[in-house]
Design a protein around this ligand. Structure first.
Ligand code: PMV
Length: 340
C-alpha cells in the first residue's frame, strides 16, 4: 500500500480552456498558491484479485463517471509500468468534494503520486506533475509547494509532449493568506471540463480570454516575485472576473447571489483601506487574498456576511508527498453506488 497527501491550490492567474488535441493541455498559463490545508489523502493498493480499478471516495464506492475518469488515468500508469494488477484506491478529502474548492487538484495530485509509487514508476515531482496534469490540469500545480506555474500546452498536442508545473517561489516567499469562504456544500452542476468546453465552443469572449490570460499571468508572476501585493491582488481579481465573464457569456454560471455579495463586500473592505482581493473557481465559493497581517480582520468581516457557512484561513503550503501510513487500515463504511 502507498499513501500520498496533497493540498488543494487556488489559481491567482486562472487556467480556463484546453488546447484542442489530445492529452489535457491548458490553453493558457496559470499561477497558483498551494494551500497549507484542504487536504486529500489517497491510498493505493495493487490487487491481483481485481478485474478493474476501484475507487472509494470519502468512504463511498464510486461507479459511473468519477470511476471512469480515475480508471482512464490509472490505465495510463498501469500501461507505462507494464504491471497487470488493477488498483484499489481510497481517497478522502477534509473539505467538500467537487464543489469548486479544487478537490480535483488535490485529488489527482495525491492519486498521481500514490499510484506512481504503487506501480513502481518514477516519483520525482516534475514527472508526477506531468502525469497529474492528464487527470486534471490544476492538479499538476499541487505537486509543488508555495507559488506554482503551469505553462500553456503546445498548439496541437499529440498527448506525448511533456508538460509539468514548476515552482515559482517557495512557501515562505510571501506572507499571504487566502480566506476560503465556503457558501455551499453542494456539488457543482457543471464540471470544469464541460464548462471549459462550452465556453470554447460558444462564448463570444473566449478569444478575448485567450488573448488576455497570458498577459494577466505574466503580470501576476512578476508582481509576486517583486512582492508587489497591490498589483498581484488586482490581477488575481481581474483574472477571475475575465474567466467568469467569458464562461457566463456561454451560459456557464458558477456564481450564486452570495458570490457577488462577497465580491462586493471585498470591494467595500478595500475602499475602507483593507487590502483584500477576491477570486472564484468553478463553483460559488469566494477566496480572498490578503496579507497575513490583515487576515483576522478581513476574515471576521467575511464571516458576518449572511450565507457564508464558514471561512477557512489558508497559508501557502507544501507540495504533494508520500507518507508512511501507520494508521491501522480499517476501511470506513462503504456505501455502494449513491455517489455517481
Ligand atoms: O483542472 P481543472 O479541470 O479542475 O480546472 C481548474 C479550473 C479552475 O479551477 C477554475 C482554474 C484553475 O486554474 O485552477
Amino acid at each position: 500500500m502507498t499513501t500520498a497527501i496533497a493540498h488543494s491550490n487556488i489559481a491567482l492567474a486562472k487556467y480556463w480552456g484546453k488546447r484542442p488535441g489530445l492529452g489535457n493541455y491548458p490553453a493558457v498559463p496559470s499561477l497558483s498558491m498551494t494551500l497549507g490545508g484542504m487536504t486529500t489523502r489517497t491510498r493505493v493498493v495493487l490487487r491481483e484479485d481485481l478485474h478493474a480499478h476501484a475507487l472509494v471516495l470519502n468512504s463511498v464506492l464510486e461507479s459511473g463517471e468519477p470511476l471512469e475518469r480515475v480508471s482512464r488515468f490509472l490505465e495510463d500508469l498501469r500501461r507505462e509500468s507494464g504491471a497487470t494488477s488493477f488498483a484499489w484506491v481510497e481517497s478522502d478529502n477534509d473539505f467538500p468534494t467537487a464543489s469548486g474548492l479544487a478537490s480535483s487538484a488535490s485529488g489527482f495530485a495525491a492519486l498521481a503520486l500514490a499510484a506512481s509509487a504503487a506501480y513502481g514508476l518514477d516519483t520525482d515531482p516534475k514527472t508526477v506533475s506531468h502525469r497529474a496534469r492528464r487527470g486534471s490540469a490544476s492538479a499538476a500545480r499541487s505537486l509543488f509547494g508555495g507559488f506554482v506555474e503551469l505553462a500553456a500546452g503546445p498548439l496541437a498536442p499529440t498527448g506525448e509532449e511533456f508538460l509539468g508545473a514548476v515552482q515559482v517561489a517557495p512557501e515562505d516567499h510571501a506572507d499571504l493568506s487566502l480566506l476560503v469562504c465556503v457558501v455551499s456544500e453542494e456539488k457543482k452542476k457543471i464540471g470544469s471540463t464541460s464548462g471549459m468546453g462550452t465556453t470554447a465552443a460558444i462564448s463570444p469572449y473566449y478569444a478575448a480570454w485567450l488573448e488576455e490570460a497570458p498577459r494577466l499571468f505574466r503580470k501576476a508572476r512578476s508582481a509576486l516575485l517583486a512582492h508587489d501585493f497591490t498589483t498581484l491582488g488586482t490581477i488575481t481579481e481581474a483574472s477571475a472576473l475575465a474567466m467568469h465573464a467569458s464562461a457566463m457569456a456561454a451560459g456557464v454560471f458558477y456564481f450564486k447571489p452570495i458570490t457577488l455579495t462577497l465580491f462586493e463586500r471585498v470591494r467595500e473592505l478595500r475602499s475602507d483601506g483593507l487590502p483584500a482581493y477576491a477570486t472564484a473557481d468553478a463553483g460559488p465559493h469566494v477566496k480572498v487574498l490578503v496579507p497575513s497581517a490583515s487576515a483576522a480582520q478581513v476574515g471576521a468581516a467575511l464571516r458576518e456576511v449572511p450565507g457564508v457557512l464558514h471561512v477557512r484561513c489558508m497559508q501557502p503550503g507544501p507540495g504533494a508527498r508520500l507518507i508512511v501510513d501507520d494508521e491501522a487500515h480499517e476501511p470506513g463504511p462503504i456505501v455502494p453506488g449513491n455517489h455517481a
